[in-house]
Design a protein around this ligand. Sequence first.
Ligand code: AHR
Length: 308
Amino acid sequence: CAPLAALLPHGAWAQKPIVLGFSQVGAESEWRTANTESIKSAAKEAGIELKFSDAQQKQENQIKAIRSFIAQRVDVIAFSPVVESGWEPVLREAKAAKIPVVLTDRAVNTKDPSLYVTFMGSDFVEEGRKAGRWLVEKMKDGKGDVNIVELQGTVGSAPAIDRKKGFEEIIKADPKFKIIRSQTGDFTRAKGKEVMEAFLKAEGKKINVLYAHNDDMAIGAIQAIEEAGMKPGKDITIISIDAVKGAFEAMMAGKLNVTVECSPLLGPQLMAAVKDIKAGKPVPKRIVTEEGIFPMETAAQEFPKRKY
Ligand code: AHR
C-alpha cells in the first residue's frame, strides 16, 4: 500500500502543527488564571497544538506531566516551575529525548544551563526592590520604627525567594524598617487572610506596613484587617505585587497603597520562541518582561487600560 505521505496533498507533512506540552503551576491566583488564559489563547492563535496540564501547586504533578510529555514525544516542553530546586533529573530525561525545554515565569536552580533553551519572565528581585524603594520614599520623613509584616509566596518558589531578597536589599539601608513577622501565604487569598489574622492577633496595632508577595494574599489580608476593625491602606500601609484588576479595585477603594507590576501575558512570547526553536533559530537565554509600578493615586486612570 502507498505510504501516507503519498496520499496527502502536497506540503501537508510540513503543515503538521507543532505540539507543545505545558505544565502550569496551578490556579492559585488571579495572576495565574490570566497566565493560563494568555498561553491557551496564544497557542490557538499561533496554530500550535497545546497539551496543557495543571499541577495544582505540586512539584510531583509537574514532574509526572513532563515525563508524560516526553513519552508522547511532544516537540517542545514548557513549564512554570512551582519551586526552584529538584528539576535536574527530569530535565536530563528531556534532554536525552532531545526535546527542548522552555522555562516560563519562574526559574529553576541548576548548574547546567544546557538543560533548558530559554527562561522568559519577570525579574522578581527587581520587583522586590521596587516595592522596597516605594516604601523607603513614602516613609522618608517619618521618625520611629516602621514595623513590617510580610506575606511570602510559596516556600521555595523563585518569586518568594527573590521578592524577599530584593525588598530586604533596599530597606536594610535604614534600620528603622523592621520585618517583625514573615510567613508564607502560598500566593492564595484564603491563606493570605488566615496568616494576616495570626499576625494581627500577635502584633495588633504595632503593625505599620504589610508587604505581600502577590495581590491575592494582600486582598485576603485586607479582609482580615477590616474584620479586626482597622482600615487597610490607612492604619496599615499595604504593598503588593502583580497589578491584577482586583488590586486596582482595592486601590480605588483606598484599601491598597501600591502594586508592583508582574505581567502574566507570556503566551505570545512563548509561542514565538517555540516556533523559533522548531525552526532552528537562536533564542536569547533570558527574556525579561518590562514592568511598572502603580501607586493608588494612579489606579482610577490606569484601571480601564488593564488587560488582566
Ligand atoms: O510566579 C508568579 C507569581 O505566581 C505571581 O506573582 C503570583 O500571583 C502567582 O501565583
